[in-house]
Write a protein that binds this ligand. Structure first.
Ligand code: ZN
Ligand code: ZN
Length: 236
């Protein structure tokens, strides 16, 4: 696995076990294309060795370079169908998330994001993708409706997208205005926990340490259940 650290988040190159190909997990926002090219070259791989572009979701910091990646590699794009509207810049943001829509519109104009790219392979819960020794699609809606994680049983790692972010102060949920369907987040947190992955790798973090992110995620869940318990306790 190789990390591509952009201005906002991290996207990943997952190299096939035989070393003969790789997939891109998200495409990043600014500065990633040259890093992706350079990393692949270091691995002795070229654009046509990229077997798939797999998206956790269609926010601009994950799909901003999608048009470039698709043109450069010709690889099929895998994403949940609900993410097409985000990729196209046409998602009808409502409530607090309208700010997310405003930010994205500005970002698309400033960065001259290329023409929208069609999702070639729509993902559904439980799909087993034939990459990296097997990646299971885990639908984790809430941040966006089609937000997906990818679970590798072989490596016991869950790539958790933007389900939570993990920095030195600990794990926390993305800010409220970035979540299109916040009411779905609690069930997605529980679902991710139930997988029992030893490692978790979100797409926004400080250091690449799957065990550390997993531990921070546990603490995030513990804090949430403590708060819920405190709320449920009758006032005296
Ligand atoms: Zn996001
Ligand atoms: Zn993000």
């Amino acid at each position: 696995m190789r990390t591509i650290r952009g201005v906002m988040g991290v996207c990943h190159i997952l190299v096939e076990p035989d070393g003969r190909g790789a997939i891109l997990l998200d495409t990043g926002l600014v500065g990633e294309p040259w890093q992706i090219r350079w990393r692949l070259r270091q691995l002795g791989l070229g654009p046509h060795d990229v077997r798939a572009i797999v998206l956790t979701h269609g926010h601009l910091d994950h799909a901003g370079n999608l048009a470039w990646a698709k043109t450069w590699t010709g690889a099929p794009v895998y994403a949940h169908p609900a993410e097409q509207a985000h990729i196209d810049g046409k998602f009808p943001y409502a409530g607090a998330a309208r700010w997310c829509g405003r930010l994205e519109r500005t970002g698309r104009a400033v960065l001259r994001v290329g023409a929208p790219v069609k999702v070639d392979v729509p993902l559904t819960e439980g799909d087993e993708l034939p990459f990296w020794g097997g990646l299971r699609v885990v639908h984790l809606p809430g941040h966006t409706l089609g937000h997906c994680g990818f679970f590798s049983a072989r490596h016991s790692v869950l790539f958790s997208g933007d389900l939570f972010v993990s920095y030195f102060l600990g794990a926390h949920l993305p800010p409220r205005f970035l979540n299109s369907a916040p009411e779905l987040i609690p069930a997605s947190l529980e679902k991710a926990a139930r997988l029992g992955a030893r490692f978790m790798v979100p797409q926004h973090y400080d250091v690449l340490d799957g065990a550390l992110h997993r531990a921070r995620f546990e603490r995030l869940l513990a804090r949430r259940s403590q708060r819920q318990a405190a709320r449920a306790r009758p006032a005296v």
